[in-house]
Structure formats: C-alpha cells, structure tokens
Design a binder for this molecule. Structure first.
Ligand SMILES: [Zn+2]
Length: 257
C-alpha cells in the first residue's frame, strides 16, 4: 500500500497547504528553527502540513485557534521528528490549547495509601495515548522572548516520544544501532549529578525541574538540546551525544547556533 500512502500524502500537501505568509512568519519568529537548511525547512513544512491534517487542534475556554497558532505548535512538534518520521506521533489525535496556564486536580496516593487531592497550575501536559495540552500564553511568550533553554512545546512532545513504549520513564524506544547501556549510563550519571547540585543548593545549568524524575529529565534536556545545545554540551556532553543519535540531529552544528 506504499504507493497509496504516497499518493495520499501528495493529495494532502496539495489540498491543504500552509500559506506562504503564515509559514514564513512562524519560521522567522522561532529562534529554534535558525540554521535549518533550505532542504530541511522544506521537509519541515511537509511534515507540519501532514501533522495539521492528522491531528485536531481544539481551543479550550473559548480560545479560537488561528492557523498561525496551529502552525507554530505543529512546526515545533515536527522539528523533533524531522529526521525520524511522523508516525512517531501515531496513537493519539488531539492538541488542546488553553488561553493560559491551566489548573488540574489530581489525587495523590502516598506510601501508606493515603489519598490527597492536589491542584497544580501547568503550562503543558501530555497524556499517555491521549492529548497534548498546552497554554498558548506560554507558547507565545517563549516565541516573543526566546527563553534560551526552554520550550513547552518541545517538552510536551518529547514526553510523547518517551511514551511510545508505555508510561514516560525517560527512555523512548532507541534505534537498533544505539546501545541501551550507553544511554542509561549517560542519563543516570547526568541525573545523579543534577540531584547532587540541587541537594547542595547549587544553581544547575539546566532547569531544576529536570530533577523531578527521569521522565522530566528527558523532556527538559530535549528542550535544551534544541534551544541551547551549547549549554547541554558543556554540562552533559554524553547526554547531548545520545540525544543526537536518537533525534538524528546535531543542533549545535547548525549555522547560527
Ligand atoms: Zn513534563
């Protein structure tokens, strides 16, 4: 059926193009896209077009999702899979966008089984086999003043890649050429190093939220990998190398980085 899939892809690309002005506006505003070659940009545009066609974008609390908003999120999501494939995002269908940070209520179960309700305010969330949820305020703010090292969109979609083999645990399914032991060693050493810095009240080079657990560590270092690769190389070069093998990209080598 490959010929059919290819035909369908061509049909979608022709029938549902992203307007030139929207695409240029999104790509020029996002520092994270700096340094992509013309070929990579063209491929990213194709992936983004297909992503918009496959996923539904839903505004919450009355938010109307404009084409530029959807493209802004989709293009960043597709940057993660630029050298992988769009089917890395198979198995779920919705991107829900709130106007601002949103509150979620959760039941926490402690070690002796006591249940307590906890309310948290979030800028993004990813559900296993469910939607990606984002706060537009946070997405837009990061674009207006590129907060080097941070991208809520990259963070949440990194969780989605991690969840391809079940609940997020900090290790997505690796390519066959990669060694699980190399990944585990690099990530465990870096995570332990970060924990030590936090325990001694030293300011870490990356967001301290990465110290929450291995899943958050993977999502945060993915943000740094794409938005501030120099810092990741300086702090955790073996993690950068493993991510470079996983994403099949080397953001540090791009012109402009
Ligand atoms: Zn997270």
């Amino acid at each position: 059926m490959r010929w059919f899939e290819r035909l369908h892809t061509l049909y979608v690309l022709r029938r549902h193009p992203i307007s030139h002005s929207t695409w240029e506006q999104v790509i020029d505003r996002g520092a994270v896209f700096d340094g992509l070659s013309a070929v990579e940009r063209a491929h990213l545009r194709e992936l983004t077009t297909l992503f918009l066609h496959r996923k539904s974008f839903v505004g919450a609390h009355g938010l109307v999702v404009s084409p530029a908003m959807a493209v802004t999120i989709a293009a960043q999501a597709c940057l993660l899979v630029l050298k992988l494939a769009l089917n890395y995002y198979d198995g779920w269908s919705e991107v829900i966008i709130y106007p601002g940070a949103f509150r979620v209520a959760r039941n926490n179960v402690d070690q002796i089984g006591l249940v307590s309700a906890q309310t948290r305010t979030l800028s993004g969330e990813s559900w296993l086999r469910g939607p990606v949820i984002l706060s537009w305020d946070d997405v837009a703010r990061e674009l207006e003043s590129p907060h080097i090292g941070h991208s809520v969109v990259i963070h949440e979609f990194a969780h989605k890649l991690d969840m391809r083999n079940g609940r997020a645990n900090g290790m997505p399914p690796l390519h066959s050429v990669m060694e699980i032991s190399h990944w585990t060693e690099a990530f465990t050493n870096a995570f332990n190093h970060l924990q030590q810095r936090l325990a001694h009240h030293h300011r870490p080079a990356i967001d301290s939220y990465a110290g929450t657990d291995p899943a958050e560590f993977f999502a945060v270092v993915s943000e740094v990998f794409f938005t501030d690769p120099q810092t990741l190389i300086a702090e955790y070069s073996t993690v950068y190398q493993q991510l470079s093998q996983f994403y099949r990209q080397a953001p540090h080598d791009r012109a402009g980085q």
